[in-house]
Design a protein around this ligand. Structure first.
Ligand SMILES: [Zn+2]
Length: 105
């Protein structure tokens, strides 16, 4: 049995996907709940309802620590939209994959 537990409520699809990518890059599987409204469009609308991130029980503690770290970021760091990697504010493109803050070309 594999329980999925809420770890974070994202304000929008973009944030949800950024966090999902970042967690998955750390080996944590993530499910998104509440995305049905926008799923068929293939876009990431900014104004959809809140999206809940779920992780399996075994990953919850690690995911929670990461999310808390993410939430407390106020130094301008950003998460790559293409690969989910965290980038320091001084980087204009993702050090991991070379994408800009606005995503891949
Ligand atoms: Zn990247």
């Amino acid at each position: 049995m594999n329980d999925w537990i809420r770890v974070f409520d994202a304000a929008n699809s973009l944030e949800a996907h950024a966090l999902k990518g970042a967690l998955e890059s750390r080996g944590i599987d993530v499910r998104l709940k509440g995305e049905a409204l926008s799923g068929a469009l293939g876009e990431l609308p900014m104004d959809v309802a809140q999206i809940t991130l779920l992780v399996s029980a075994g990953n919850w503690q690690q995911a929670r620590e990461f999310v808390q770290h993410y939430q407390h970021k106020e130094d301008g760091s950003w998460f790559c939209r293409a690969c989910g990697e965290e980038n320091d504010v001084s980087f204009e493109i993702c050090w991991q994959c070379g994408s800009g803050p606005e995503g891949p070309e």
